[in-house]
Design a protein around this ligand. Structure first.
Ligand SMILES: C[S@@+](CC[C@H](N)C(=O)[O-])C[C@H]1O[C@@H](n2cnc3c(N)ncnc32)[C@H](O)[C@@H]1O
Length: 449
C-alpha cells in the first residue's frame, strides 16, 4: 500500500507543478486530487470535480491510490486512460484524446515491416483486438468505457504531435466527430484522417470489409493442463488461474479475449447441428478427429458437417492416422508403437486405415468436386523437429492411455511403454527421422445428398 501511496505522491506533485506552471503562463488552472474518487460512482463524481473548477482548467491526478491493488492490477497499470475515459463520460465529451507514445494503429507492426501504414480509423472492436495483440501502453478497458458512453477516441502521439493519429470511431459507419481540445491543428488531424479514410475507400461498406491490420504474436506457449479430478472443477480452475497470474501469463483460451467476430461453441459432429447453424457457412474446417471417430462414424460426420454449408460452400478436412507413420532408418520401437495403436484402434471400433477412405466418404455424403492432397512430412528437414516433438509428446500419452483403458493384452505394461518411449527418444536424438502423412480432403456442397 505504501508503494502505491508513493506512486500517487509523484502524480500529485507533478499535477501541482503543472497547475502552477500553467498559472505562471497565464492559464487559469486548478489542481484536482482524485485520490479517493474511486469509492464513488466515477463519471458523476468526476463531473462534479470538473464542474467545481468552473472556468479554470482542471489538472487532475489519476486514480492510483483508491484502486484496489494500485498500479499493479489491470486497471492500475494505466489508470490515466481509465481516468480520462471516466471524465469524458462524466462530462459527456464529444471526443476523448489519448496521448501516448505511438502514432496510432498501424496496418502491421512498423518495427517489423517498413511499409506499415497508419490506420486513420478503426472500429471499437478492431481497437480492442489490436490492443490485446500489441504492447501498446493504452488500455482496452478504458477505451471500452469511452465507447460505451458513445464517445469516440482519438489516439495521438506526444512525440509526434502533428501526426494524424487514429480515430476509434463509434460505429462501422464513420461519423466524423467535431474535435474538441486545446489545439485545433492537432485535433483536426484525426478528423482529416477520417475523411481521408473514406476517400481511400478504407471504410467498410455494408457488404464487405478488407482486413484492417495484421498482428503477430510471439512467445506463445501452449499449455496442456490435466486435472487429477481430486478437486472440484471450479477449485481446479481457480488454482490454475492463480498460478498463471503469479507468473503474469495472459491466457488466450479465455473466450473474452477472442476477437469479436470469433465465437467458441461446443458441437458434436455425430449429432444434428442446431437449426440456426444450418446452411450458414462458406467453409467448414475440420482437423484431427481420427481418434474420436469409430469406423462407421466418418460418413455420419461428413453428412452432418455438410448441413452447415451454404450452397457452394466447402468442407476442408485435414487428418492423420496410425497407418501413415514412417521412420528412416527403420525404428522397431516406433513401429511397435504404431502396431499397438492399430491393434487398439480395431479393438475400440476405430478404423486403422483412416483417413484413407475419407474422399470416398465425402462422395458418399453427397459432396462434389471431391479432391485430396497427401502431404508427406518424411524427408522434410524443415519439419523433422516439429513432427518429432509432436510424436514424442503424443507417444507416452497414447500408450499410457491405452494401458489405463485396459484394452490391450497384458504384455503392454508400464515398463514396456517406458522402454518404447525411451528407445524412440534416443533413436530420434541419434538421427532417426520420423514422419507422418497428412490427408487434406475437400469437397463442395452443391445441394445433392
Ligand atoms: C486431436 S484433437 C484435435 C483438436 C483440434 N481440432 C486441433 O486440430 O488442434 C480431437 C478433438 O476432437 C474432439 N471431439 C471428439 N469427439 C468429437 C465429436 N463427436 N464431435 C466433435 N468433436 C469431437 C475432441 O474434443 C478433441 O478436441
Amino acid at each position: 500500500m505504501r508503494k502505491h501511496k508513493t506512486f500517487g505522491k509523484g502524480t500529485n506533485l507533478s499535477c501541482i507543478l503543472m497547475a502552477a506552471l500553467l498559472q505562471d503562463r497565464g492559464v487559469d488552472a486548478q489542481y484536482v486530487d482524485l485520490g479517493d474518487a474511486i469509492s464513488r460512482d466515477l463519471p458523476p463524481a468526476l463531473r462534479q470535480e470538473i464542474v467545481s473548477c468552473d472556468k479554470r482548467v482542471p489538472v487532475m491526478t489519476s486514480l492510483f491510490e483508491g484502486i484496489p491493488g494500485g498500479p499493479n492490477n489491470a486497471i492500475g497499470k494505466s489508470p490515466i486512460d481509465l481516468c480520462a475515459a471516466s471524465v469524458a463520460a462524466g462530462v459527456g465529451a464529444q471526443e476523448l484524446q489519448i496521448w501516448a507514445e505511438v502514432d496510432g494503429f498501424f496496418t502491421v507492426d512498423p518495427r517489423r515491416v517498413p511499409g506499415a501504414r497508419l490506420i486513420p480509423s478503426v472500429t471499437p472492436s478492431e481497437a480492442t483486438q489490436l490492443l490485446s495483440h500489441s504492447s501498446k501502453d493504452i488500455q482496452a478497458f478504458a477505451i471500452e468505457q469511452a465507447i460505451r458512453a458513445r464517445i469516440p477516441v482519438c489516439i495521438k502521439n506526444v512525440l509526434n504531435p502533428h501526426g494524424s493519429g487514429t480515430m476509434i470511431s463509434l460505429d462501422d459507419v464513420i461519423d466524423a466527430p467535431s474535435c474538441i481540445g486545446t489545439s485545433s491543428t492537432l485535433t483536426a488531424g484525426c478528423k482529416d484522417s477520417v475523411q481521408k479514410q473514406s476517400s481511400f475507400n478504407f471504410a467498410p461498406t455494408s457488404h464487405s470489409k478488407r482486413p484492417t491490420a495484421i498482428t503477430i504474436k510471439d512467445r506463445i506457449m501452449v499449455l496442456n493442463v490435466h486435472s487429477n479430478k481430486l478437486t472440484s472443477a471450479h477449485g481446479f480452475l481457480m488454482y490454475l488461474f492463480r498460478v498463471l497470474d503469479k507468473w503474469n501469463l495472459s491466457v488466450h483460451s479465455d473466450p473474452s479475449s477472442l476477437p469479436a467476430n470469433v465465437k467458441l461453441q461446443l458441437g458434436n459432429v455425430l449429432e444434428p447441428f442446431p437449426e440456426e447453424m444450418l446452411g450458414k457457412y462458406d467453409l467448414v474446417r475440420v482437423k484431427l478427429l481420427y481418434a474420436a471417430l469409430k469406423k462407421d462414424e466418418w460418413l455420419l460426420a461428413a453428412r452432418n458437417l455438410k448441413t452447415l454449408l451454404k450452397p457452394g460452400g466447402y468442407l476442408f478436412w485435414s487428418e492423420i492416422g496410425a497407418y501413415g507413420y514412417a521412420s528412416n532408418p527403420y525404428s522397431e520401437a516406433f513401429h511397435e508403437w504404431k502396431r499397438i495403436e492399430s491393434e487398439a484402434a480395431v479393438k475400440l471400433g476405430r478404423d486403422p486405415k483412416c483417413p484413407v477412405l475419407l474422399p470416398y466418404q465425402f462422395r458418399q455424403a453427397g459432396f462434389e468436386g471431391v479432391d485430396e492432397k497427401v502431404f508427406v512430412t518424411l524427408g522434410r528437414p524443415d519439419l523433422i523437429n516439429i513432427i518429432t516433438k509432436m510424436a514424442l509428446f503424443y507417444m507416452p500419452q497414447n500408450l499410457n492411455g491405452l494401458l489405463k483403458l485396459g484394452v490391450m493384452s497384458p504384455d503392454l505394461t508400464e515398463g514396456k511403454v517406458n522402454s518404447l518411449v525411451e528407445t524412440v527418444t534416443k533413436e530420434t536424438e541419434n538421427g532417426v527421422e520420423i514422419g507422418t502423412n497428412f490427408h487434406w480432403v475437400w469437397g463442395q456442397n452443391l445441394g445433392s445428398s
